[in-house]
Design a protein. Structure first.
Length: 137
């Protein structure tokens, strides 16, 4: 499926409230599950269930658990295109992601805002970018 399909699916999640480990559009989702749902709906990955995981796991270890999930299905790229994944480091490990719409604009599920379209170089995300990944075809 095309990048346009990925971005279209991500947009359909806008305004979904944040809910840890949630994965229901319009009801609740977190930053990991929105990736699972969007890329699955776009036909790019199989159904993935990375649960369970505690909400603060990244603050207490250096294990790159989130990055490991992403790298099972994606590879690192230098410059983002629409539909790519932007990863962020909070705490000791990469622990947040957004779907690139048109860099620096991303769609992501953030605990205090739910699913939003945001400038990824401002606010809480500023200075935390770990890089970009592209899901394999």
């Amino acid at each position: 499926m095309s990048a346009e399909r990925i971005v279209q699916e991500a947009r359909s999640w806008l305004r979904t409230p944040y809910h840890h480990q949630g994965r229901i559009k319009g009801v609740g989702v977190d930053c990991a599950m929105i990736l699972c749902e969007v890329y699955h709906a776009a036909g790019r990955v199989p159904y993935i269930d990375p649960t369970p995981y505690p909400p603060d796991w990244h603050l207490h270890r250096t294990e790159q658990r989130y990055l490991g999930w992403v790298e099972d299905y994606a590879y690192r790229v230098a410059e983002p295109l629409p539909g790519d994944i932007a990863l962020y480091q909070f705490g000791r490990a990469i622990s947040h992601a957004g779907i690139v719409v048109d860099w620096p604009m991303i769609i992501h599920a953030y605990h205090s805002e739910g699913v939003v379209l945001a400038n990824a170089t401002q606010g809480a995300l500023a200075g935390r970018l770990a890089g970009f990944w592209r899901v394999r075809e």
